[in-house]
Design a protein around this ligand. Structure first.
Ligand code: HEC
Length: 117
């Protein structure tokens, strides 16, 4: 389960609480922990990203996110989109809800859904 108290960034109090609240709502644990939790991140991708991009990421309100479709992106580019969203579109920024490491994991996962950690 989440190790929210161990977050080392200076904003940890506020961010930690925001994440904790969001985690309760989404019933996803440990998004703010220093240790990556691949199972929780996979769930997030399919449920939270999936709510717009489709549960199998084939596209919905948001575009198809399957590895073949987004293979023109680098990990860094995807990470930036995930953290900052896409201005003037429905794609929201996830920075308040996940760390850079987690966003990078998600980017790598989208490019290669086979990865497990
Ligand atoms: C509220 C709906 C919504 C949610 C939730 C959402 N997205 Fe998006 N996303 C969009 C929309 C809409 C676009 C297309 C924006 C545009 O170009 O008009 C988009 C675009 C993207 C793109 C760019 C795709 C491309 O081909 O250019 C990526 C990558 C992406 N989203 C990843 C994610 C990830 C990862 C998550 C979960 C962490 C997520 N999105 C959650 C709505 C959403």
């Amino acid at each position: 389960m989440a190790d929210l108290k161990q977050k080392s960034q200076p904003t940890s109090g506020l961010l930690g609480r925001a994440v904790f609240a969001a985690a309760l709502v989404a019933a996803t644990a440990s998004l703010a922990s220093e240790t990556l939790d691949p199972q929780a991140l996979k769930r997030l991708v399919h449920q939270d990203c999936g709510s717009c991009h489709g549960l199998t990421l084939k596209g919905g309100l948001g575009p198809d996110l399957r590895a073949d479709t987004i293979s023109h992106y680098e990990v860094e580019g995807l990470k930036t989109i995930i953290l900052d969203g896409m201005p003037d579109t429905a794609m929201p920024p996830w920075r308040p809800l996940m760390s850079e490491e987690e966003a990078e994991w998600v980017a790598r996962y989208l490019l290669n859904p086979e990865i497990t950690e």
